[in-house]
Design a protein around this ligand. Structure first.
Ligand SMILES: Nc1ncnc2c1ncn2[C@@H]1O[C@H](COP(=O)(O)OP(=O)(O)OP(=O)(O)O)[C@@H](O)[C@H]1O
Ligand SMILES: [Mg+2]
Length: 492
């Protein structure tokens, strides 16, 4: 098969630390090549080198279509047909869907709104998608943004498509759509590098897989030569076993209760409760209104009707500050725009939600207390690098997610609402976050887990609420819940 891309001896050093070491990687035409590894293994760094965004150490080689490219730049990379969709999708939120698909394309005839729309419509048709071309990017769901980013890459005539965790924000229906698109592109002879922490996906669509660990390429082989456990062990570099934990013991004491909550046009008449010791799962298709419910409880959206009670007392939350004061925490799905302060350090990010805890004598912030808090979460969530002073933007995607989790745990919540909390974290950390959620529930905190990952919902929740198009579609006890039952309720 034709080699579209090869790298030899590719290394990268950041301030003295080698994050990639002598990587020999290749991509063939018509294949999906999965790139897997723990958070911080070097996956994103490798693809940033391929797109010319990051410069590799001297001595590395990149060839595209058999031609060596000594100094890769973003422009060269694009001209050679390499197109990447990063973890933090970068689209223009104030432009329309059509304008985003064509942004940066300086082709003849692409100067008026009509031709922009025609081009965009053509690409979407190729992908088998039907979307509102005039919708403002900022108004469409993260899942749709992801699809627009892919459409943009196709419009650019990409030969090599790189996707960095493309399904992190997609619902199961949209994931199927993405698989379809990937298959079409493969059939057209594109080579696709596919980064993911989700094994189901890798076994569903990849032809080959490469494992990175601590910047080293451990091995490359056909997907058929692996199973889930073998891949997990290679990624971790040791035998890693998943130990399921015990379910919660609910005494029936009502902790948290939402009744008749309505916020048009997002959702209406939503009621649910969390009893002491319980984890409540909320699932449904992306766009069902799950995140909006959380945002409304947290004071980010103004409700039209309904009450929210904590320990029987009605909470009058008008904004996020009220919510935090009442002990309601919300871990947003979109960490880039709603979550972390990227230029600030891990320490500052962990402590920003709880300055009371680190105020020392004379109400001055005690650096020692701040450091201790940051170090505690760095250790329990194994944040890498384990440096409280590291600016968050230098961390890998999954490690940023861990910092966000640490921040809200540090806020000493009474209600903990987590939205797609394990998106982008590796298997080991995912299990750790699940254990943390369980122990919060055991400590008497009302835990609400919003997730599209049905395995996760089924593994962690004691009860599951399913939403569909802004309304309640049903509620299931964990013991009666199955994947099929949930899908049925979500799509009816
Ligand atoms: N600008 C930077 N400065 C310093 N270190 C960096 C920078 N960018 C990345 N790193 C470090 O390089 C290592 C590899 O990061 P990378 O983002 O490639 O990981 P990854 O495999 O994509 O992880 P994830 O699954 O979490 O996205 C990490 O230790 C990260 O902290
Ligand atoms: Mg990454």
């Amino acid at each position: 098969m034709e080699e579209l891309l090869t790298t030899r001896n590719l290394s990268k050093t950041y301030s003295g630390v080698r994050v990639l070491q002598n990587v020999d990687f290749d991509l063939r035409a018509g294949e999906v090549h999965a790139l897997v590894g723990e958070n911080g293994a070097g996956k994103t760094t490798l693809i940033k080198i391929l797109t010319g965004v990051v410069r590799p150490d001297a001595g590395g080689e990149i060839s595209v279509g058999g031609v060596p490219v000594p100094n890769m730049t973003p422009l060269k990379s694009r001209q050679m047909g390499i197109s990447a969709i990063y973890q933090d999708i970068s689209l223009f939120s104030n432009l329309s869907v059509a304008e985003n698909i064509c942004a940066g394309l300086k082709r003849k005839g692409l100067h008026n709104a009509r031709s922009v729309r025609d081009t965009a419509r053509g690409t979407l048709a190729q992908m088998g998608l039907d979307m509102d071309l005039d919708a403002r990017m900022g108004d469409v769901s993260l899942g749709q943004q992801q699809l627009v980013a892919i459409a943009r890459a196709i419009t650019f005539n990409a030969k090599i498509l790189i996707m960095d965790e493309p399904t992190a924000a997609l619902s199961s229906g949209e994931v199927e759509m993405l698989y379809d698109i990937v298959k079409r592109l493969k059939a057209k002879g594109l080579g696709i590098i596919y980064i993911s922490h989700k094994f189901d996906e890798i076994f569903a669509i990849a032809d080959r897989v490469t494992v990175l660990r601590d910047g080293h390429l451990i091995e490359t082989g056909p997907v058929s030569a692996y199973n889930r456990q073998k891949l997990i062990n290679l990624i971790a570099g040791k035998e890693l076993l998943y130990t399921p934990y015990a379910r919660g013991q609910s005494g029936g004491e009502r902790l948290f209760e939402v009744e008749g909550l309505t916020c048009e046009p997002h959702f209406r008449d939503i009621s649910f409760h969390v009893d002491r010791g319980e984890v409540l799962g909320i699932t449904g298709l992306v766009g069902a209104g799950r995140s909006e419910v959380a945002q409304c409880v947290f004071g980010l959206l103004k409700p039209d009707a309904g009450t929210v009670r904590l320990n029987g007392r009605v909470l009058g939350i008008r904004n996020a500050r009220d919510a935090i004061r009442e002990g309601v925490c919300y871990l947003p799905e979109d960490r880039h725009t709603q979550g972390l302060f990227m230029p600030m350090s891990v320490r500052e990010n962990v402590n920003v939600s709880n300055y009371r805890k680190v105020l020392g004598r004379f109400r001055l912030i005690s650096p020692r207390a701040e450091n201790a808090a940051a170090l505690a979460y760095i250790s329990s969530l194994s944040v890498k690098p384990a440096l409280p002073d590291a600016p968050v933007h230098r961390l890998s995607g999954g490690n940023q997610q861990k910092v966000l989790v640490g921040r809200w745990l540090n806020a000493e919540p009474r209600v903990f609402i987590a939205d797609e909390v394990t998106s982008g974290v590796d298997v080991a950390v995912k299990a750790e976050i699940h254990r943390l959620l369980r122990s919060l529930a055991d400590d008497g905190i009302a835990v609400v887990l919003i997730s599209s990952d049905l395995d996760e919902v089924l593994a962690v929740s004691d009860r599951i609420v399913v939403m569909r198009r802004g309304a309640l579609a049903g509620e299931l006890e964990a013991k009666d819940a199955t994947q099929e039952r949930i899908l049925e309720l979500s799509m009816l």
